[in-house]
Write a protein that binds this ligand. Structure first.
Ligand code: ZN
Length: 155
């Protein structure tokens, strides 16, 4: 599926001290987090009607089937919406503002949308519809290692 090597980084975009993400205890979203660890963007797709959906659910919102699967998709998308964060919502972010949060639409996956951070200079203009690539931000040294999917303007 992915034709090029995934873009990865070990530089954290946001400072340490934030809650560590983890798969839900019921395992619903585990394939997503495991895929990210491997530098792959893996999203939910219904085995019955073949529609994509995000975030993960136990039932397909299109056809109500419980037969949901997972599929790797190309780690790219377009900025659907964005917001520049000026006010820290967590003490760890006190010196990290501003930063940019993006809602990324994936046209190759039924236009599902994912939330993430936009890497790069936070005061640079952000254009709706502009292409972005996923960047897999690895936190291998964490007590419970994880990878965040961040976004970067396509070159
Ligand atoms: Zn379905």
């Amino acid at each position: 599926m992915t034709t090029t090597e995934p873009q990865t980084t070990t530089d954290a975009y946001l400072p340490a001290g934030l809650a560590t993400p983890a798969a839900q205890r019921d395992g619903l979203d585990a394939p997503y987090w495991e895929g990210a660890r491997d530098g792959k963007l893996i999203v939910q797709r219904c085995n019955a009607c073949r529609e994509f959906q995000w975030g993960p659910e136990w039932v397909c919102h299109h056809c109500h089937s419980f037969d949901l699967g997972w599929e790797e998709v190309e780690p790219r998308g377009n900025v659907y919406s964005w917001e520049r964060i000026w006010h820290p919502v967590h003490p760890a972010l006190t010196d990290a503002c501003p930063y940019v949060v993006v809602l990324v639409e994936l046209p190759q996956a039924g236009n599902i949308r994912m939330v993430g951070n936009l890497l790069g200079r936070p005061l640079d203009a952000v254009e709706i519809g502009s292409p972005v690539d996923a960047v897999f931000e690895h936190h291998a040294d964490a007590d419970d290692p994880f990878t965040l999917v961040q976004w970067r303007r396509s070159e």
